[in-house]
Design a protein around this ligand. Structure first.
Ligand code: AMP
Length: 291
C-alpha cells in the first residue's frame, strides 16, 4: 500500500503512521523524523535545516525530496509505505508523482486528517516523545503509565520537541495553510483524497483509517486465481448411412450443445465457490491478524 498522510501539525499523523506501519507491515517515512535525526547527528543537512525547523518554517523542497527518494528506493519500501509529513508543498507532490511514476508505483490514497485548530494547539503543547524509540505521548490525554518512563522501551528520555511551543506552533499552522493546504485540491483532483475525522481517540481514528484502507486498497492487492478446466465435448462418428440425417441433426443439435456447455460450465461453478470460500477465509485471517 502506498499512502500519504496529510494534515496540520498535531493532527496525529505521526501516531497513526506508526500504528499503520505496525499493522500493515510497511515503513513509516517521516520527513520530520529524518530531519530531526540529521540535526541531532549534526550532519551537513542537519546544520542547514536546524534554524528553519526551530522557527516552524518549511525547509527547502530539494532537501526533503532527496531524503524521501532514498527511503522509497530502499528494499524496506517494496511492500509500500506510509508517508508522514511529505509532501508538504505542490512542487514536492509533483516531484513525488514523477519519481513514483518512474518506479510504476503511484500513490494510491491520501488520508486527510481533519482537526480543529484549537485542538491542534492543545495537543502539540502537551506532546512528548521518547528520544530512544520515538513513541508519542500526550501529558493530558495519553500519558505514559509511569511518569517520565516510556511504556514501549522503558527509557527515561521523554522529551518535548523544541518546535512544539505555542508560538512556533502558530508559525507552523501558517505554513500549513499557505504551503500545504493547496495539496487538498491537488489530490482531490486525482480522486485520491479521503477525509479522516481526527479529533477523537487514537483507536477510533485508527479504525476509520483501516476501514478506508481495507476497502479501497487491500481488495485490489488480493489476487484471486480461479482455475477452470476446459470443457470436453465428445462427438460420436456418424454412420455413413446416417450421414445426411446426422448433418441435419447436427445443425439442430448445435443449439442444444451450446445449452449443454452452459450447463456443464454451471456445474463447474463449485470450483469458483470453493476458491471464493478460501479467499474469504484468508481475508478473515488477515483482518484478525491486524487486530
Ligand atoms: P513534522 O515532524 O512533520 O511536524 O516536521 C517538523 C519540521 O520539519 C517542520 O516544521 C519543517 O520545518 C520540517 N519538515 C518536515 N517535513 C517537511 C517537508 N516535507 N517539507 C519541508 N519541511 C519539512
Amino acid at each position: 500500500m502506498r499512502i500519504v498522510l496529510l494534515g496540520a501539525p498535531g493532527s496525529g499523523k505521526g501516531t497513526q503512521a506508526k500504528m499503520m506501519a505496525e499493522a500493515y507491515r510497511v515503513p513509516q517515512i517521516s520527513t520530520g523524523d529524518i530531519l530531526r535525526k540529521a540535526v541531532a547527528d549534526k550532519t551537513e543537512v542537519g546544520k542547514k535545516v536546524a534554524a528553519m525547523m526551530d522557527a516552524g518554517e518549511l525547509v527547502s523542497d530539494r532537501i526533503v525530496i532527496d531524503a524521501v527518494t532514498d527511503q522509497l528506493r530502499s528494499p524496506d519500501s517494496r511492500r509500500g509505505f506510509v508517508l508522514d509529513g511529505f509532501p508538504r508543498t505542490i512542487p514536492q507532490a509533483q516531484e513525488l508523482d514523477t519519481r513514483l511514476g518512474w518506479m510504476g508505483r503511484p500513490v494510491q490514497l491520501v488520508l486527510h486528517f481533519l482537526v480543529d485548530n484549537k485542538v491542534l494547539i492543545k495537543r502539540v503543547v502537551n506532546r512528548m516523545s521518547c528520544a530512544n524509540c520515538g513513541a508519542i505521548y500526550n501529558k493530558q490525554s495519553s500519558p505514559p503509565k509511569k511518569k517520565g518512563v516510556c511504556d514501549q522501551c522503558g527509557s527515561k528520555k521523554l522529551v518535548s520537541r523544541t518546535d512544539d511551543s505555542e508560538k512556533t506552533m502558530r508559525s507552523r499552522l501558517e505554513a500549513y495553510d499557505r504551503d500545504t493546504a493547496p495539496l487538498i485540491s491537488y489530490y482531490r483532483a486525482q480522486h485520491k483524497l479521503r477525509s479522516i475525522p481526527a479529533s477523537s481517540s487514537m483507536a477510533h481514528i485508527f479504525d476509520a483509517i483501516c476501514d478506508v484502507v481495507d476497502t479501497e486498497i487491500r481488495p485490489m492487492e488480493k489476487k484471486i486465481v480461479v482455475i477452470e478446466e476446459p470443457v470436453k465435448i465428445k462427438i460420436k462418428k456418424a454412420d455413413p448411412e446416417e450421414a445426411d440425417q446426422a448433418t441435419t441433426k447436427k445443425k439442430a443439435a448445435k443449439k442444444t450443445t451450446s445449452k449443454k456447455v452452459t450447463k456443464k460450465a454451471a456445474k463447474k461453478a463449485p470450483v469458483k465457490k470453493a476458491a471464493k470460500k478460501t479467499t474469504a477465509k484468508k481475508v478473515t485471517k488477515k483482518a484478525s491478524k491486524r487486530k
